[in-house]
Design a protein around this ligand. Structure first.
Ligand SMILES: Nc1ncnc2c1ncn2[C@@H]1O[C@H](COP(=O)(O)OP(=O)(O)OP(=O)(O)O)[C@@H](O)[C@H]1O
Length: 316
């Protein structure tokens, strides 16, 4: 199946010789939410900027809705909305006029019924006649989204939608994105907050030093790379881990009532059955057992570290 966005072998080298992207290929399906994760300078903004026609690639191609962003840029651009990271709004203009004006920039005729629908869905309708300078930070961000949606794009790019906003606002933004997903908008977002990717995305792409390390469904990624921690609650407190169980990385809680054991779900043997058997053999009674999946943050750090180690090995 052809995706709504097809990125093929995309590269970008800036004037000064910085290789910001190297042979990136990716297909994005209609209706999905994809999060692009990567450390500072990884190339996320460059990738988005190329797809949105703001930066010219030095190699490769991108098709949006079947239109080549170079040859058919006008048709490709109509399908895209971009919510920039920085809030830049005309301070004295009303919310309604801002959004109407943006629609006009795309050469679309007026459609106040649609704009009303967008403003209502973003809880901005009550504020339609307010000047943007009178709005709170969260409302201003929602106006940016309304502007990006003004011409009915099929794909919405959110460049670090919640950078520097407080927890409440971040959650509010997640709800807005969830609403857009229900409307069938394809969403590509960049973020530094792994929690955000974990919360919102269907798939996650990890970019490091201009290379796309992987793109995978979030659940698969967590399952594959995710180490797990087994927590074993004990009936009676232990003074120390018995010497017979040494060397397995067991950690005893300060109160002596819980042992934790890290294991790899990818390993052929997790060692759990043996561990539980050995505990019983030592006369240690287990009250309860639970597991905890490692967070995306841990998965991400593992990936970037593995990539660094591999590159260092290849260079040696
Ligand atoms: N206009 C430009 N001219 C020269 N180099 C640039 C330009 N824009 C970006 N770069 C360089 O390209 C690389 C990728 O930058 P990019 O902004 O795409 O990364 P990013 O992943 O979005 O980073 P961040 O998370 O910090 O926003 C960096 O080394 C950056 O310095």
């Amino acid at each position: 199946m052809t995706g709504i966005i097809e990125i093929d072998n995309l590269s970008k080298e800036y004037g000064g010789g910085t290789k910001a992207l190297s042979n990136v290929s990716m297909s994005i399906e209609e209706g999905e939410i994809i999060a692009l994760l990567g450390p500072n300078g990884a190339g996320k903004t460059t990738l988005i900027s190329i797809i949105c026609g703001l930066v010219v690639p030095t190699g490769g191609s991108v098709r949006v809705g079947g239109y080549d962003i170079g040859k058919d840029w006008r048709a490709a651009r109509k399908l895209i909305g971009l919510v920039p990271q920085e809030i830049a709004l005309e301070p004295f203009e009303t919310v309604l006029n801002c959004v109407r004006f943006t629609r006009g920039l795309y050469g679309e005729g007026p459609d106040d019924a649609y704009i009303e629908q967008v403003l209502r869905s973003l809880a901005l309708w009550e504020k339609r006649n307010a000047a943007t300078k009178e709005l709170s930070g969260g409302m201003k961000r929602r106006v940016l989204i309304a502007k990006a949606l003004a011409h009915r794009p099929k794909v919405l790019f959110l460049d670090e939608p919640t950078a520097g906003v407080d927890v409440a606002l971040r959650r509010e933004m997640w709800q807005v994105v969830e609403g857009l997903r229900r409307d069938g908008v394809t969403i590509i977002l960049t973020t530094h907050y792994l929690e955000e990717a974990e919360e919102m995305a269907d798939r996650i792409g990890v970019i490091n030093k201009g290379q796309l390390l992987l793109v995978k469904p979030k659940d698969e990624l967590m399952g594959e790379f995710g180490g797990k921690t087994l927590r074993i609650e004990l009936d009676e407190p232990l003074q120390a881990i018995p010497s017979e169980l040494a060397g397995r990385g067991l950690v005893l809680a300060p109160d002596g009532l819980e042992i934790s054991y890290d294991y790899d779900t990818r390993a052929e043997r997790t060692g759990i059955a043996r561990l539980l058997g050995d505990l019983a053999a030592q006369g240690i009674t287990v009250r309860d057992v639970s597991t905890r999946q490692s967070s995306l943050e841990e998965v991400f750090i593992t990936l970037v570290q593995e990539d660094r180690a591999e590159k260092a090995e290849n260079a040696a």
